[in-house]
Each structure stands twice: as C-alpha cells, then as structure tokens.
Design a protein. Structure first.
Lengths: 125, 799
C-alpha cells in the first residue's frame, strides 16, 4: 500500500493551519505537519523532507518569498515543490511567482472543500 | 429472500447488487436457451436483461417468455440503448406489459433502486464517498470555527473602532493602517471558515481603509454598513447552501481544445479552486482520446484549432457517441459572421471572443453548469392520485426540484404560463380529464414546443404508447416509479433542451427558431436553390448604435428594439423565409427563390417601418432606431453559403461606413457625385425629402435639382456635369417647365442615357403624349403612391 503523501503547511495563523490540516486529511487523505513561522518552516522542511510545502506569503518574521529563496538555496530542500498561499492574486504577481519556480499559487481565502483538489491539480498527484 | 435471474450482467455488479440490497440472491446465466431453461427450473421474482446483452438476444428472450403463460407476470428489467429507445420501448410494451426499461449508460445504483421498487422494499439513497468526505470536512471546520470565533470577532471590533473614529472625525494614520491590516487578514481567513461573503465584505473594507483612499461621507457610511453586514454574516451558518451543493458530486470535467499554451498554464489549479477538473488538449485528435475515456461536462473549442473538416467531424462524432449532449463553447479570434457560422456548425451553445482570461472561461463554465443543476429546474405535474402526488413530492422536492402539482386541469393554462416549467409530468390515467388531451393542447402552442413532457402510467399497451407519442409526449414511465428513474429522465431531457437552445433571448426574439435549426434549414435550402436554379438571398442586418443605446437606456430597453425589429422582419418576409437573431445586435435572413432586389426591398421596407416606431426609454424619454443591412444573392455574389455570407457581411460594413440607416445590395459601389442613379427634378420639398430618403435607404445614389434651368445645365449638352440613369422630371417647375427641359434633353446628337419618368399633378392627354414623344419612358401622376413609383424607378434602373 502506498504511503500517503506528506504536506508541510507554513502559516502564522493558527486557524489556517488547523483547517488546512483538516481539509487535506479528510478530503485529500494526506499527512500534514505544521510550522507557525518561517524559521520553524525551514527547519521542519529540512528535517521531515515533506512531499510538498504550502507556504503563506505574508508572515511576520520572514516573508514567504525569502523563505522560498532559502529553500531553494539549501540543497536538502530545493527539490521539494512549493505552493504559495496568498491573498494577493493579481496576474502579474502570479507570473512573478511562476518565474521564481513556485509550483502553484492558491488564493486566500480558499475553499476547504476544494483545497485538496487544488493541491493535487498543481502537483500532478 | 428474493431470487433474481440475471443475464448480460457483469459479475462484479451481481456481487455488488447482493451487498447493496441485502435480501436478494442473484443468479447469472448465459442468454439464449440457457436462460430459458434456468427460468423454467424454479420460481423467480425478477429477470434482469443486463447491458452486456445485445438487442436481438434480449428480444429473443422476451419473445420466448411471452409465449409461456407462467411467465406472464414475471417482472423484467431491461437495459436499453437510448438510440433505439423509442422503437424498442414500443415493441417491448406491445409484447411484454410487465417490462421495465432502464436506459444506458448503465448505472448500477439505478438498477438496484429499480429492483427494490419493483419487488416492493425500500432502498434508501446512499451518500457517495465524496459527499461523506465533504460532510466530515464541514463538521471539522465547524469545530475549528467555534474555537476561533472570538478571535475573529475581536478583529472585527478593531474595524468598528476605526469606523467610529472616522465618523467622529478623529481617525489617525496609526488606527487606519491597523484597520487596513486587520481587514486584509480577515479577507484571507473568513472565507476559509465557510463564509465566502464575509471575505468579500472584508476585502471591500480593506480597500476603503487603504492609504490614499479619500474617506468622504459616502464612503464612511458604506464602511459602517459593511462592518454591520460582516457581523451579521458571521452569525449565520457556515458553508451556505450554494457552497455545498456543488460539492460531493463528481467534479465537473472541463475540456479545452486550444493550442495556446500560455493561457492555460494555471487552468488545472484555477479550475480545482472552483471544484472543477480541467484538461487542455492541443488538437481535436488529442481531445478525441480524452473523450473516449470520459465525457466532458463542458467543452471549450478554439476555432483556430480545428483546421480541417475531417478533424471537426471526427470530434463531433466522438462527442455524439455519449448519451448526453455536451455543451460546447466556441472560442474565436474575432466576431465575424463566418466565425459564428463555424460555431453553429460545431453546435456551439455560446461564443466567446479571445483574448479572454481564465476567470472568464471558468465563469462561463460555471454558468453553463449551474443552469444544468437540478435546483433551478422547475417541474409542473398534473396528477390527481394522492399517492402518486405524494411520491412525486417526496422524490422531486427532496432532490431540489421546484415542483408544482395540480390535481385538476381547470387552472392548468394559467399555472403553465405563470410557472414556465422546464418539465411537465402528466398522468395518463386521470379520472376527470385526459393527460393526452392536455399534452395536445400544450403542443399546439409554439411557445411550448421545446417543453419535455413525461407521462406516468400504471399500465401501458400499444394503444396508449401510440397515443402518448402522437399527442407529442416525449417519454413515459410505468408506475411504480423509482427516484433515479424519474430524476434521470427529467434531468436528461432538460439538459437536452437547454443545450439545444442558444439563449432564452434568441428564442423569444425570433419566433422560436433556434440558431441550430436555422442553420439546418439554410443548409437544406441552399442546395435546393442550386439544383433548381433559383435565386437565394442572404441579408445581414445590424442595429445602428446598439452599444450607445444599451449604455444610455439600459439593455432591457435596447432588447425591446431588437424584439420589435424581429417582429417587423417576420411580418415583412414570407413564412418560408428564415429569420434569425445573429450575434448581439444582428439578424440574418435567408430567402429561397428571392432575388437580391426583392430582398433589398423587403429589408428597406422593414427599415422604414422601424423608423416610424418610437421606443420608450423611461418616463417621457423616447428614442428611435435604425439599422444597416447588406444583401447578397446566389448566384452572383457567392458560390456557397459561406462566401455568400462573407459578401453579405462586407456589404453590411459598407452600409455602416456610408452612414448607417440604409440597405445596400452586394456590388454596391460608392459613386462620385457626378454619377447618380436617380436625379429628381422637382421643387416640392416634402416630396423630395420622402423620395430621396427612400432611395438613399436602398443604396441608390441620388441628386436633387429644384428648377428646370438647373436641370438643363446639369443634364443637357454632350458632356453633361451630371450623369443619371433615371431622371424624375416634374412638369410644373419654376424657371423652366418640365417639358421644355425634356425638349432640351432630347436634342439630336445628345447622348441620351437617362431614362426619364415624368411626374405631374396635371394629366391632360396632350401633355402625356408630348412627353412620351419627347422620349420620356414613363408618366406618373401626382398624387402617386410611393411603392408604385419606387417600382417604376427600379424597373427603369434595371434596363
């Protein structure tokens, strides 16, 4: 039996982390771990080696973009696909994200009933 | 324990059935002799002829059974291929009254329900795994909401503080930025709890607090309204019904055939956000492969991608192999008649112009899928048996249909017009009135031509089946009726009807001919014209300044103009002519056996009628409308419908460029001012106004001379300033009378090109004779009728 895929959610808001967990678990049948800050996110990414990272763009300690950069710079984490979670979804921003190498952008607020589908669609799962 | 014999049913379905129903034991057998022997061996409760059985075998079994008296009451469930449904159903019904039919594609749940209902035990509708997951998720999210509700409400409190400060005039920069930040966070969070409207409100609040937005009185009030609405929103139940109703069922599958890679980069992701699944195919061939595995719920096709006709045909064949028609949206690079014709050939339900955004595409898909969703379907049922009514109510309302039940026919027509149902159910066995008669009445009105009618019957024999179809019924169901049966029949029918209709507007604007139907008719008539060497005219009309009218008076009013134009066209043209709405503000007319000139006349008459009309925009505001048109004819202006329509379109553009408000024939050319088709020599201003306007409307180049002297100077001599094909010459002219003018024009040695028609109020025989003697070709006395004069002028112009 195939092991469920593992997603790491990095977001400073408690309820967002909880709902992502609930949604990806029940609908997506995915294993979810959480990080509440950029620093914690980077550490967990390296340690746990998730199959994908869901990253909030606007966080207080380090911005999502900087975190993404650091993930890319680290040889242990650069292979992990990253999806941005953001309230800003202008086309221009999206293109910018894409050029950076982000695998997809999920708009906030997201529909918890569709989140798992969005993740699968973006990652080809 | 019920014993069921099944043939033509896959083993896994047999197994599944036993699990699903519980108290049945299903035995399978080979068809043919094997089935009959097994049948004879013991008592069976029911026989299933499954989807793997071909028709002749099925009929073979049924035939044999029908010969044995002991099988007369054996219920048989038979899976039918839709394409043969009607004839096969009739046949089955004729011979085997106890048969129940299920249509393909085979749905095992439907079969289970059918079996359960025939055998008389309940089989409750099961939730799909998808629905279960969604319910679990919303419950879990609900729990999270309970814990975070207070935090969120505190954030809103900050917004309130800021709003109050603003109203008091003491909002400082700090507070404003704070409020903006909180609103931003709320916008991103609230929707996640199942309050999408809340997020929208928060976003608007964020925008209002943005630095740089001047907060005047109006905006301040708006802010306080928004904050209040936000509070209210959070008091509601999370996950409003519209949120949930799309979930739990299988995700709608969208396919796009287009080779524009860049546009569709984000499609799968964006589609998933709306609960859709989407795939892009770069060519028709690639799409065909996709369709062979799964039927799309909506198909977008780019015209540039369907190069050759074979590809298109292959695609359409593949699409039509599915049991339910697929709504198609055509994506075109530009909006031309040619593109629209291509779109119609593809069976396109909608027409979208590129460039377009993914959001637009998905929104269109949503719109189409929404229309197909059950909760918007209205069903009207006429049923006087309380038990059946109760069943209908329980079944249909539980599924979300908007149901109206009538138990007698007296108010039928009023209710029909009021409800405007998508579907009509009639019971054939009603005591006080006949369902069949009601059906005939409904079908006699063109408005209800597309309304699907389903009959319910306890007992159906050949006669009643014939009566049902003869009266215009589409289908019938034998009681007892199962939920999936009924639902499937209804949804399917309504889908078919909706996919066939372009938009509701089109239908009502042109007396019921849909674009597809019109295209069919045109494609039939045109070859006839070729074969019998008849002319065929194609006219394309466009309302002038339609966009301005929409902007100024609103689209409802603008549509009234369209509607009226449609009516006038239908009146002016013959019953056999095709008149259809074409694009937003255009009409297309196809007339078999009509020459271009006649076409121009009729369209011009319509234009003149339209000009007379006054449209009311609102209280005491009136406006008038005009259109431009081009008329092309086969033979001469095109060798087939496509080139003919291209020509018509070109001429329409010419008419618009020449100043609108006119009808031009193909081949019309702007003439220099010295070349006139008709020159009017008359001092009567009102006559001139009328006549010249009528001529201009038809594209004739005209000139007006007011006295005899001017006429001689312009027209006479061997190098006249003005060349005319027809001259309308009034006898009673100032400075020089008409006959004198005529004498000058008739000088020997003068190139006599113009054909002169003499107009006069007096009518002495002498004058008449003299005019004719001088070379006038015709003589018309005033007052004359405009149509008569026009006809004479046209006759002369032809020569």
């Amino acid at each position: 039996m195939e092991l469920a895929k593992h997603v790491l959610i990095v977001d400073d808001e408690d309820h967002i982390r909880e709902i992502v967990q609930v949604s990806l678990d029940i609908v997506g049948k995915l294993r979810v771990s959480t990080a509440c800050s950029g620093k914690e996110g980077l550490a967990k990414a390296e340690a746990e080696q998730p199959d994908a990272i869901l990253l909030d763009v606007m966080m207080p300690d380090i911005g999502g973009l900087a975190i993404f950069q650091q993930l890319q710079d680290n040889p242990l984490t650069r292979h992990i696909p990253v999806l941005f979670l953001t309230a800003k979804v202008q086309l221009a921003d999206r293109h910018a994200f894409l050029t950076l190498g982000v695998k997809g952008v999920i708009a906030k607020p997201f529909d918890p009933l569709q989140l798992a589908n969005q993740v699968s669609a973006a990652l080809g799962w | 324990m019920f014993h069921i014999l099944a043939t033509g049913l896959p083993d896994e379905v047999v197994f599944w059935l036993e699990q699903r129903l519980g108290n049945v034991s299903v035995q399978t057998t080979q068809h043919g002799k094997g089935a009959l022997e097994t049948l004879a061996r013991q008592e069976w409760s029911l026989l299933v002829l499954g989807p793997n059985l071909d028709h002749s075998s099925a009929l073979g079994v049924l035939n044999s059974i029908s010969r044995e008296v002991k099988f007369a009451r054996l219920p048989v469930v038979c899976c039918l291929d839709k394409s043969q449904q009607r004839s096969l159903t009739e046949q089955l019904v004729r011979q085997f009254g106890a048969t129940h039919a299920l249509t393909l594609p085979f749905n095992q749940e439907e079969l289970a329900q059918k079996i359960a209902s025939i055998l008389g035990f309940p089989a409750p509708v099961r939730e799909t795994p998808g629905q279960q997951e969604h319910r679990a998720t919303t419950t879990a999210v609900g729990e999270v909401w309970q814990r975070f509700k207070a935090t969120i409400q505190n954030r809103i409190a900050i917004l309130e503080q800021a709003t109050v400060a603003l109203l008091d005039g003491r909002l400082d920069e700090n507070l404003r930025q704070n409020a903006e930040r909180e609103a931003h966070k709320l916008a991103g969070s609230i929707g996640v709890f199942g309050f999408p409207e809340g997020s929208r409100l928060a976003r608007e609040i964020e925008r209002l607090f943005e630095t740089g937005t001047p907060l005047d009185q109006a905006r301040t009030l708006r802010l306080s309204e928004l904050v209040m609405s936000l509070h209210e929103e959070l008091e509601r139940e999370p996950f409003p019904r519209e949120f949930v109703s799309s979930s739990g069922q299988e995700a709608p599958f969208i396919v796009v055939i287009d080779n524009d890679r860049g546009l569709y980069e984000w499609l799968p992701l964006d589609a998933a956000a709306r609960g859709f699944r989407a795939e892009v195919a770069p060519s028709a061939a690639a799409a065909k492969v996709i369709f062979s595995h799964q039927r799309p719920d909506v198909l977008f096709v780019s015209l540039t991608c369907l190069g050759n006709p074979e590809e298109r045909l292959a695609l359409l064949v593949e699409l039509n192999s599915h049991s339910r028609p697929v709504p198609i949206v055509v994506l075109a690079e530009d909006d031309t008649l040619v593109a629209r014709l291509e779109a119609t050939k593809l069976g396109g339900q909608r027409f979208l112009l590129k460039p377009l955004s993914l959001a637009q595409l998905l929104e269109t898909a949503s719109l189409i899928l929404r229309r197909l969703r059950v909760s918007e379907m209205k069903v009207l049922a006429v049923e006087d048996d309380p038990q059946t009514s109760a069943m209908l109510r329980a079944t249909l309302e539980a599924q979300g249909f908007r149901l109206t039940i009538l138990d007698n026919a007296s108010a039928f027509w009023e209710v029909l017009e009021q409800v405007i149902p998508d579907f009509l159910i009639l019971d054939i066995d009603m005591s006080s009135f006949s369902g069949v008669d009601l059906c005939k009445v409904v079908r006699s009105d063109a408005r209800w031509a597309g309304l699907p009618v389903l009959f319910l019957a306890t007992h159906v024999d050949t006669d009643s089946a014939h009566r049902i179809f003869a009266a215009g019924g589409d289908d019938f169901l034998k009681k007892p009726i199962t939920t999936p049966d009924l639902i499937a029949r209804i949804v399917d029918r309504i889908e078919r009807v909706r996919v066939l209709l372009d938009t509701a507007d089109t239908d009502s604007l042109t007396g019921g001919i849909t674009r597809q139907k019109a295209d069919q008719i045109l494609n039939r008539l045109f070859p006839l014209a070729k074969r019998y060497q008849q002319p065929f005219s194609l006219a394309l009309l466009a309302l002038d300044h339609y966009q301005q009218q929409k902007d100024q008076y609103g689209s409802t009013v603008a549509k009234k103009v369209l509607r009226r134009l449609g009516e006038l066209l239908l009146r002016t043209f013959r019953a056999e002519d095709v008149v259809i709405r074409w694009g937003e503000n255009q009409f297309l007319i196809g007339a078999y056996g009509m020459a271009r000139e006649d076409g121009v006349q009729r369209v011009a008459e319509t234009l003149e009628s339209l000009r007379q009309e006054k449209f009311i925009a609102s209280h005491e505001i009136y406006f008038q409308a005009t259109f431009s048109a081009g008329v092309a004819q086969y033979p001469g202006d095109g060798i087939d419908l496509l080139t003919l329509s291209q020509t018509a379109e070109e001429v329409l553009t010419q008419a618009q460029k020449a100043g609108c408000n006119r009808v031009l024939p193909a081949g019309w050319q702007q003439q220099p001012i010295q070349n006139a088709d008709v020159v009017l020599v008359d001092d009567d201003e009102s006559l001139a106004g009328l006549l010249l306007h009528a001529l201009d409307t038809r594209g004739y180049h005209t000139q007006w001379l007011r006295d005899g002297q001017a006429a001689v100077e312009a027209l006479a001599g061997n190098r006249p300033q003005l060349k005319a094909r027809v001259v309308l010459l009034d006898v009673g002219l100032p400075s020089l009378d008409g006959l004198s003018v005529l004498r000058q024009l008739a000088q020997p040695g003068m190139p006599q090109q113009a054909r002169v028609i003499v107009l006069t109020a007096r009518s002495t025989e002498e004058e008449m004779l003299e005019a004719l003697e001088l070379g006038a070709v015709d003589y018309v006395t005033k007052p004359f009728s405009m149509p008569v004069l026009m006809r004479r002028i046209r006759r002369e112009l032809r020569k």
